[in-house]
Design a protein around this ligand. Structure first.
Ligand SMILES: Cc1ncc(COP(=O)(O)O)c(C=O)c1O
Length: 383
């Protein structure tokens, strides 16, 4: 019998999720209705923030955050080199210039020393990516931003439920963006949210997600008017009620899933301690890791193969590893538009050739995890 490939990430959908979506489908609201606010309140409360603004992707959440901070033409936004392109694209949408900072080679989190070197008089924001699920070095980043017109945006798409010095991600940065894509911790199919403690900023982001229109149709109905004003150029970034219904049901299981992810990571760590050529990313003791991704660095000095061959070996064995991520400035758009060249962030570039993302999702069985580790162990004997 051939074994089904093991993906690197996978959603978990149960009957409660399905019932919640069916209820929404049977209701009067398909798009913006009561479940949007309910999901916003529930997710914000889970993270300890006072306001949540639901949007239709993590990318839209980052874009809304950039607009809320009034990032504009010529403003520089510092982004780690190792992240998904959306972290920096969001600045580009608003005319900002992404400036790439190197990463800490042990954690792949944005390196505050590199950030410090990249700050100029035009720097307006730092995007702190909680890479893989581990919170960035927020205190040091905050110190760098203090006394300057620099704000911190958390790209917390990997890290709902993670904590930094006892505080939940979502309450630490000026604005925090989350994604509800199916490989993430909880899903709304596509979806995202921005968290903030500033109700005025939240109101502006709600306007931004609705074309820049100053009221929604329900508030107009209430006021007995049909008139509305579009006061800025916004987008249709609304997250439908039907999708929020899924998010509401999923959120109830998030704490249990976080425990599962941490247990799977601890088990991997223990098993890989027997394989000296496998180095899981370092975790810092003052924070908890939400483990969206389980990333290892392979020591190719101890192997006779390169990363491509290691990846292909796992794939042929039905272990669908992945690579998160190539340095963003390697993409041709960034090279051509901004003139970035190799050599910009040496730690990120070195890490890119050595990292592999191994399967990590709450329903990963111990048998499948053992199989993944056994296939990784075989890399030692490949030539
Ligand atoms: C770090 C990071 N930021 C932003 C995003 C964008 O999220 P979405 O796919 O929901 O637009 C992702 C999604 O993979 C991500 O990993």
């Amino acid at each position: 019998m051939t074994r089904a490939p093991i993906p690197y990430g996978r959603q978990v959908i149960d009957e409660e999720d399905i019932a919640s979506v069916v209820d929404a489908l049977r209701s009067a609201w398909l798009t913006t209705g009561p479940r949007v606010g309910e999901f916003e309140r529930a997710f914000a409360e889970f993270c300890g923030a006072s306001e949540g603004v639901a949007v239709n992707s993590g990318t839209a959440a980052l874009h809304a955050a950039m607009r809320a901070l009034k990032i504009d033409q010529g403003d520089e936004v510092i982004v780690p080199a190792i992240t998904f392109a959306a972290s920096s694209n969001a600045a580009v949408y608003e005319g900002g210039t992404p400036v790439f900072a190197d990463v800490d080679p042990e954690t792949l989190l944005i390196d505050p020393t590199s950030v410090d070197q990249k700050i100029t008089t035009r720097t307006r924001a730092i995007v702190a990516v909680d890479y893989g699920g581990q919170p960035a070095d927020y205190d040091v980043l905050r110190e760098l931003a203090a006394g300057r017109e620099i704000r911190i945006i958390a790209d917390a798409c990997h890290a709902p439920g993670a904590t930094y010095k006892g505080r939940k991600v979502g309450t630490i940065a000026d604005l925090s963006a989350f994604s509800f894509h199916p490989v993430k911790h909880l899903t709304t199919c596509e979806g995202g949210m921005v968290l903030t403690d500033d109700s005025e900023v939240a109101a502006r982001m709600r306007r931004f997600r609705n074309h820049g229109i100053d009221s929604d149709h329900r508030s107009r109905e209430k006021a007995g008017t049909f008139a509305y004003d579009m006061v800025e150029l916004g987008f249709n970034y609304r997250l439908p009620d039907v999708q929020c219904a899924l998010g509401i049901a999923q959120l109830k299981r998030l704490p249990g899933w976080l425990d599962k992810r941490q247990a799977i990571a601890a088990r991997y760590d223990e098993m890989f301690s027997e394989l000296p050529f496998v180095r899981p990313l370092a975790t810092r003791s003052d924070r908890t890791n939400a483990y969206h991704l389980y990333v290892v660095r392979l020591d190719f000095n101890q192997l006779k193969v390169d990363r491509r061959r290691a990846f292909d070996h796992l794939k042929a064995a039905g272990v669908n590893a992945n690579v998160h991520y190539a340095p963003v400035y390697h993409h041709s758009y960034y090279r051509e538009r901004f003139g970035y060249r190799p050599g910009l962030c040496p730690h990120a570039e070195a890490a890119y050739h050595e990292i592999l993302t191994l399967p990590m999702f709450p329903t990963l069985s111990e048998a499948d995890q053992d199989y993944v580790v056994a296939k990784v162990a075989e890399l030692k004997h490949l030539c």
